[in-house]
Design a protein around this ligand. Sequence first.
Ligand code: GLU
Length: 360
Amino acid sequence: MKTWMKFTFVLCLLGAQVAHGQTDKKQASNKAKPKVRILATGGTIAGAQMSKDEYGYKSGTFSVDNLIAAVPTMKDIADLTGEQVANIGSQDMNDEVWLKLSKRINEVLKSKDVDAVVITHGTDTMEETAYFLNLVVKSDKPVVLVGSMRPATAVSADGPANLYNAVAVASDPRAKGRGVLVVMNDEIHNARNVEKVNTINVEAFASPERGPEGLVNTGKIAWSEPSTKKHTSKSEFNIEKTDKLPRVDIFYAYANMAPDIIEAAVKAGAKGVVIAGVGDGNMTEATLKTLERLHKEGLLVVRSSRVPIGPVLRNSEVDDDKMGFVASGEFNPAKSRVLAMLALTKTNDPKKVQEMFNTY
Ligand code: GLU
C-alpha cells in the first residue's frame, strides 16, 4: 500500500472510531446502569493505619458506605447498594461467615433488582472464600471478590482502584457464567485458580497453573478464555439447609514428620485431612501408614503439596488406589480443604471425591 493510501486509511479508521465512541457514550448514558450490590466483609481495603509512618493497621475499620463514598466515579458505571455482612480481618474468616455470606448472595442474586455482587474481603483467605462461593453460589450473575494490600489510609492505597475495577468487571455482561472472580492489581482471576503469592506487595495474586482470566485497567477490560471447570449454577453442592460444615484439617509435611498430631485431630472431630506434602504430595512412611489405617476407619485423606507450583499426580510415588487417598491435582492445601469440606457434605468415598477434584 502506498504511503498516502495508508495515511488516508488510518484517518478514516480514527474518524470512524471517534464517531462510534460518541454514539457509544450517548447510548451508555441512556441505558440503565447495571445494579451492583456490594457486600462488605472487612479486610485491609476497609483498614486504617494507626499512624501515617508505620505499617501497623487495623482491618475492617471502615464501613461499606465509607468504601462506596471513597470512589464517587463508580456511580457512573453502576447503580450501587451496600450491605455489611461482617467486618473482620480475613484471617478470622470462618464457616459461619461463609455460610451466612453465601446464603445472602444466593438470596440477593435471585432478585431482579440485583445484576451482580461485589464482595470486599481481606486478602489473607480471599482465595478460600472465592473458591467456596464458586462451589455454592447458585447463579450465573457475576460475583467478584476484591481487596487491597494497603489500608485505606495509606499513601497510594490500592483499594479505590481495585474496587472501581471490580465494579466494572461485575457490571460487564461478559462476566456472566464465568464463575466467581477475583479482581486485584489490574488482573481478573478465576476463583478456582487464584492464590495469594506475596505477603505484602500490591502484586499479591496470581493463578500459577492457568494464568489470569483477564486484565482490567481503569474499568477497561480485556478477557481471556473462561475456565472449563464446573462451578456455581452447575455445581452439585448446596448449603442452603446447612448450618455446620464438616471439619477438615491441613497438615504441613516436613523431614521426620510424625503422625501423632493427625490422630489428635481425628480425636478432636476431623472428618478429613489434607496433607501439604513434600514434592508431589509425599510424606514420611510412618504418616502414610497411619493415614491408611485412619482412612479404613472413615477419614477422608487428600494429598496436596507444600510446593507452590505443579499438580499432585494420582498414584505417582504413593499408591492412592491401594491406600484409599485422593490426589489434589492443581489445588493447593487451602483450596483442597474447601473442596474436601463440601465433598464431605455428600460422601467420604475417595473415588467419588477424586471425581469431584477432577471436575471442579
Ligand atoms: N490480614 C488482613 C486480612 O486478610 C490483611 C490482608 C489484607 O486484607 O490485605 O483481612
